[in-house]
Each structure stands twice: as structure tokens, then as C-alpha cells.
Design a protein around this ligand. Structure first.
Ligand code: NAD
Length: 303
């Protein structure tokens, strides 16, 4: 079973993706009295049309997460237009601390995926305060950035998005590092297909992509929900997918003690291992800036 804490826009959409792709049963928890119950009922009524048999229940009782293999935390405020992810930090930190306590009490053997923004900081808090094994705690951010990077490369070249492979690491925020040196179209490096000017444009669009959606409709929903389902599938089915998630490296990429997006093998045990890549001097420098940004934010965390 998967528990999703936070049955708002992203939480409810992620639950529906998990059910419709038959990944797992879902328990939805929200503090809003009837929200999770209502969402669960609505999804249950869709089941015959989409032909899924997964069980869905909604509750505001945290003890119902007992027995979960994976708990996904998507509770908290979203980013409003003009607001950075860091602005959200101290409000959402309180929420994450209280939920992580409940996870430690009711589902200590689960894997814990954090989605609430700023995700690298919330994952850092969850890792420090949950008492769960470090590889069981990880955050969702860079896979979404990677999907956006792939989409914009495909658009620029007018080729299928399916054939574009790429990787974004670093903070899930403005200092993210789209790795141009590892982006390819069916194995063909994008540096041989696009000019420097086109690559710069695609990188900038990727960095702005979340803010662009928020400016237009107030929140990002479908893309994060799809990514959450993809990560849930990797863990529940033990698929050992190679994806970029927020985790705390032990010296890889010159980082330890902070949670930041790096490529990992994601499977039954959460982060099975970190893949340490050689970066170009430019990417290395950008990644170092990303670490500094996270360190500065952590220093501003209220106790
Ligand atoms: P939303 O406002 O629609 O939903 C948030 C829900 O959390 C609400 O239903 C609220 O009642 C609930 N909640 C608040 N405190 C709670 C608690 N202590 N226990 C249980 N539930 C609680 O927001 P949303 O658009 O679904 O976004 C949720 C979070 O996900 C935001 O922080 C947003 O920035 C983040 N997000 C992250 C990514 C990413 O890539 N990491 C992408 C999209 C959204």
C-alpha cells in the first residue's frame, strides 16, 4: 500500500495516476476534514470506466498509514506567482516536521518520498528527523526538471520526446543544473545537433518551466503527478530505475550532509546507490552554486 499525505491538487492527481496504472492501493490523508474522503470516493467511482481494482480510501487519521510500503508527502503550501521555493520554506518545514513524526510512529519501515517544496530542504528535514534509514528518504524534483528538459529539446529539434534522453541535477529550483554533456537523441549528443545559442535557450526554458506554468494557472499538477507515479512504480516494483532524486550524498559530487538532486538507482530499498558522474567544469561550477544555495537556505531554517 502507498499512503499519500496531502490530498490537494498534486496529491489527489498523483493518487489517481497510481491507481489508474495499477501500481498500488492508496490511502489518502489530509487534515482538511472531508477532502481526502471526497477525493477517494470520486476516484472509486471512476474505477469501472478505467478498469482498475486498486483500493482507495481517504481519512484524516494518520494511524491509517500503518503497513505502507511507501509514504508520499505532498502536504503544504504551493508556490504563488512571484514566490520562490525558498520563501515557502519555514511554513512548510513545520508541516513536514509534524508529518514525519507520524510516519516514524505509524510506518517506520516505509520508504518516504517528499514532494512538498522547497523539496531539497524538506527532504533534508525528513531525513534528519524521521529516524528512517537514509536511503529510505528521498525527494521528487529533478525528474520533473528532466522531463521538462527533454520536452524542450524535442521541441527545438522537432523530434519525438521519447527519443530524447537527458539528466538534470542540483537544487529543484532556479540553480538546477541541466547536464548538456549527457543529453542525447537516441545516443546522439545534443551538442552535435543544436547550436550553443539553441542549447542556452533550451536550458533557460527548463529552468523557468515550473514558474511559467505557475504564472499561467497557479500551480503545476499533471507533470508532478506523473513523475510521482513513475517513482512510486520504481519503488513498489523494484524496477531499479536510473533517475535523479533528492538525496544526501556521502561525498559524491563534493556534497555531504545536504539533500540535493543527483542520479541514483531507485528501487525496492529507495536509493539503492548514487551514480557518481564526471561533470564538465561548467556543470561542476553550477552544481557547487546549487549546493551553496541549499546550505544558505538550511542555515535560515527556524528551529
Ligand atoms: P494544495 O494546496 O492543493 O494541497 C496541499 C494539501 O496539503 C491541502 O489539501 C492541505 O489541507 C494539506 N495539508 C496541509 N497541512 C497538512 C498536514 N499537516 N497533514 C495533512 N495534510 C496537510 O497544494 P498542491 O498544489 O497539491 O502542492 C502541494 C505541495 O507540493 C506544495 O508544497 C508544492 O509546492 C509542492 N509541489 C512540489 C513539486 C515538486 O516537483 N517537488 C511539484 C508540484 C508541487
Amino acid at each position: 500500500m502507498i499512503t499519500i499525505v496531502g490530498a490537494g491538487k498534486v496529491g489527489a492527481s498523483a493518487a489517481f495516476e497510481i491507481l489508474r496504472y495499477r501500481i498500488s492501493d492508496v490511502t489518502l490523508i489530509d487534515i482538511a476534514e472531508d477532502l481526502a474522503k471526497g477525493e477517494a470516493l470520486d476516484m472509486m467511482q471512476a474505477a469501472p470506466a478505467i478498469e482498475f481494482d486498486g483500493k482507495i480510501r481517504g481519512t484524516n487519521d494518520y494511524s491509517e498509514m500503518e503497513g505502507s510500503e511507501l509514504v508520499i508527502v505532498i502536504a503544504g503550501q504551493g508556490r504563488k506567482p512571484g514566490m520562490t521555493r525558498i520563501d515557502l520554506m519555514n511554513n512548510n518545514a513545520k508541516i513536514i516536521r509534524s508529518i514525519v513524526k507520524q510516519v516514524a510512529k505509524h510506518a517506520p519501515d516505509s520508504k518516504l518520498m517528499i514532494v512538498t517544496n522547497p523539496v531539497d530542504i524538506m527532504t533534508y528535514i525528513a531525513r534528519k528527523e524521521s529516524g528512517l534509514p537514509p536511503n529510505h528518504v528521498f525527494g521528487m524534483g529533478n525528474i520533473l526538471d528532466t522531463l521538462r528538459f527533454r520536452s524542450y529539446i524535442a521541441q527545438e529539434l522537432n523530434v519525438s520526446r521519447q527519443d530524447v534522453n537527458a539528466l538534470v541535477i542540483g537544487e529543484h529550483g532556479d540553480s538546477m543544473v541541466p547536464l548538456v554533456e549527457y543529453a542525447s537523441v537516441t545516443g546522439i549528443p545534443i551538442t552535435t545537433l543544436l547550436t550553443k545559442q539553441q542549447i542556452d535557450k533550451v536550458v533557460q526554458r527548463t529552468i523557468n518551466s515550473g514558474a511559467d506554468v505557475i504564472k499561467l494557472k497557479g500551480a503545476t499538477i499533471y507533470a508532478p503527478a506523473a513523475v510521482i507515479a513513475l517513482m512510486a512504480d520504481a519503488v513498489i516494483q523494484g524496477r531499479n530505475r536510473v533517475l535523479s532524486v533528492s538525496t544526501c550524498p556521502s561525498g559524491e559530487y563534493g556534497c555531504s550532509d545536504y539533500s540535493i538532486g543527483v542520479p541514483v538507482v531507485l528501487g525496492k530499498n529507495g536509493v539503492e546507490r548514487i551514480i557518481d558522474l564526471k561533470l564538465t567544469p561548467e556543470s561542476k561550477q553550477r552544481f557547487e552554486k546549487s549546493i551553496t544555495k541549499i546550505k544558505t537556505a538550511v542555515a535560515q531554517l527556524k528551529k
